[in-house]
Design a binder for this molecule. Structure first.
Ligand code: ZN
Length: 260
């Protein structure tokens, strides 16, 4: 692809304001950390950041229209995201924009709009347990540069059953110290758009500073990028005239229908 990938990063950015320990790990916010490693990649072009506080402006339709891939981190304030912005995000995904949803973003409005899920759809525990990820799809663009398995030293535990529609592809499967397993890296397609969900990233651990996690998110941005930035779908199911006229003989006995 000739053009560079335009990325927008939405981060709720509440914990960074309210909790010293989180601010110590992410002094520039979780979005700042994600921006920090994405901007080192030569394939990435413009990176824009949005937070809950400013998302009505920073995720405007004009910004979304100029975004190839949107990365989303949210947790306790999903309900405060403007319904119109959430609908615009979902609409852009249908039209081809990529969406990379992180950690508790499974409860976000765009994720739920696109996948038909609800917030309370998994087991969870904040115990700082070790998690081991296994690469299930070794030949997938999102798993390139990763080994067969790696460990995140501490994360929030998420466990099955995870109330998602069956993923199109399962890229990573995780095992947690407390015994749970979880489908931690999943893809779906909705309309023209690609969606990737990654479980890792509880705000009290430096997970977005870990090389493997950075590699996964960078790979996912590249995978989710559409060939054409703008590819609006025909909405409304137009009544379409035939491209070529045909005769009774061509039609094998069917009577041609004239649309008017
Ligand atoms: Zn969490």
């Amino acid at each position: 692809m000739n053009r560079k990938i335009n990325v927008s990063i939405y981060n709720e950015c509440q914990h960074e304001h309210e909790v010293d320990a989180v601010r110590a790990i992410y002094p520039q916010g979780i979005h700042g950390a994600i921006r920090g490693f994405l901007e080192k990649d030569g394939a990435i072009g413009t990176i824009r950041c949005a937070t809950l506080q400013d998302h009505r402006e920073t995720l405007s339709q004009a910004v979304l229209d100029d975004t190839d891939v949107l990365v989303w981190w949210g947790h306790i304030k999903h309900h405060e995201v403007d319904d119109k912005v959430a609908a615009a995000v979902a609409g852009r995904v249908i039209d081809g924009m990529g969406l990379v949803v992180l950690h508790s973003g499974h409860g976000s409005k765009p994720f739920q709009l696109l996948l038909g899920t609800d917030t309370y759809n998994l087991r969870w525990r904040e115990a700082g347990e070790k998690v081991r990820l296994w690469t299930i799809a070794k030949n997938h663009p999102i798993s390139q540069g990763l080994g067969e398995t790696f460990v995140v030293p501490h994360d929030e535990t998420y466990g099955e059953p995870f109330g998602i529609p069956q993923p199109d592809e399962l890229i990573f499967l995780s095992w947690f110290q407390g015994g749970e397993v979880f489908r931690s890296g999943c893809t779906w397609r909705r309309g023209e758009g690609k969606i990737f969900y990654l479980q890792n990233g509880h705000e009290t651990f430096p997970i977005y500073h870990q090389r493997e996690i950075q590699q996964i998110i960078t790979n996912a941005v590249k995978w989710a990028c559409p060939v054409a930035r703008s590819c609006p779908r025909d909405r409304g199911g137009p009544n379409a005239a035939a491209l070529e006229a045909y005769t009774l003989e061509d039609g094998g006995g069917f009577t041609p229908v004239t649309r008017g």
